[in-house]
Design a protein around this ligand. Structure first.
Ligand SMILES: Nc1ncnc2c1ncn2[C@@H]1O[C@H](COP(=O)(O)OP(=O)(O)OP(=O)(O)O)[C@@H](O)[C@H]1O
Ligand SMILES: [Mg+2]
Length: 221
């Protein structure tokens, strides 16, 4: 079972958005997935209520996380996606403590690049693998937008592992969430859907790499 925690001290970086779209993608690909909304703002829980489907079980809150994960494992979950609040405080630290991998969504901007440091510090203290995912990026126009290239350069200088792809800023990513859906459900084969699929494949590869290092059994995509 792959436990992925989405964390960033920076509000609005895209934690809940990525969890919802990835969750929907996993459900569509018949990968048993548990969502955990560990953010009192309850964005993910709201999305799931609007969705109204049974394909993505949801646990709300940070209490009894260990027991919730143990139950999910027994029930055959392959993926657990945990959405967290925009902080680097105790509930986030607890979620990260349970993570196999921490995804840190980051918009490409100076303040955003600066704000990821606190979360990375936490991952390093807890010795957890992590990767930055550039989100809400300007669309590629042949090559990567200079803002994205700058952000990537900063990550490289700071030796912060960063996904080579990007999730582009697309209004439909917000729109579909308002309908309780993921981009793959409303817009099959679209560029947005391809990007979410590509992120999922990258996560799967990361787990294969983690398995090679630790002996943990990965789930195939
Ligand atoms: N790639 C994207 N394209 C378009 N809109 C996006 C994208 N990513 C996020 N958004 C929008 O940006 C806003 C913030 O995103 P989201 O709520 O996912 O961030 P968050 O990190 O969960 O925020 P918080 O820290 O407050 O929980 C939302 O309105 C969301 O729809
Ligand atoms: Mg959120």
């Amino acid at each position: 079972m792959n436990v992925v925690v989405f964390a960033s001290r920076k509000g609005g970086s895209g934690k809940s958005t990525l969890v919802a779209h990835l969750g929907s993608y996993m459900a569509a690909n018949a990968r048993p997935t548990l969502l955990i909304d560990a953010d009192p703002q309850g964005s993910l829980a709201l999305w799931q209520r609007v969705r109204g489907a049974q394909d993505l079980p949801l646990h709300v809150g940070t209490k009894h996380l260990a027991a919730t994960l143990a139950k999910a494992r027994r029930a055959g979950a392959e993926w657990v996606l945990i959405d967290t609040p925009p902080s680097a405080e105790a509930p986030v630290a607890e979620a990260i403590w349970h993570a196999d991998l921490v995804v840190i969504p980051m918009r490409p901007g100076l303040f955003d690049v600066d704000a990821v440091q606190a979360t990375i510090q936490l991952c390093r203290e807890l010795k957890k693998p992590y990767a930055v995912v550039i989100n809400a990026a300007p669309a590629k126009n042949g090559s990567e937008d200079p803002m994205v290239a700058d952000a990537r350069g900063a990550m490289q200088t700071l030796e912060i592992p960063t996904w080579g792809g990007q999730i582009t800023h697309r209004p439909e990513l917000s729109l579909f969430l308002a309908h309780g859906a993921g981009v793959n459900e409303f817009s099959v084969g679209s560029a947005g859907s391809e990007e979410i699929g590509s992120l999922w494949r990258a996560l799967t590869r990361s787990f294969e790499a983690i398995e090679a290092m630790t002996g943990k059994q990965p789930q195939s995509a």
